[in-house]
Design a protein. Structure first.
Length: 58
């Protein structure tokens, strides 16, 4: 399995939201993310798990 992190722009497209929403959610630790030299990145596996968890909560 290849590891390819997603950028804010890629995740915004994946979730169908604006990049500002992604930045805000990451800043407030509402989305699982990690940083490399200040750049915010996401893994699709972790984001998909987060989505499933959100579906169960709501």
């Amino acid at each position: 399995m290849e590891f390819k992190p997603m950028t804010v722009k890629e995740l915004a497209g994946y979730l169908g939201v604006h990049t500002d929403t992604i930045y805000k959610m990451a800043r407030q630790n509402e989305l699982p993310h990690f940083r490399v030299r200040g750049k915010i990145l996401f893994t699709q596996v972790t984001v998909n798990a987060w989505i499933r968890k959100q579906e169960l909560i709501n």
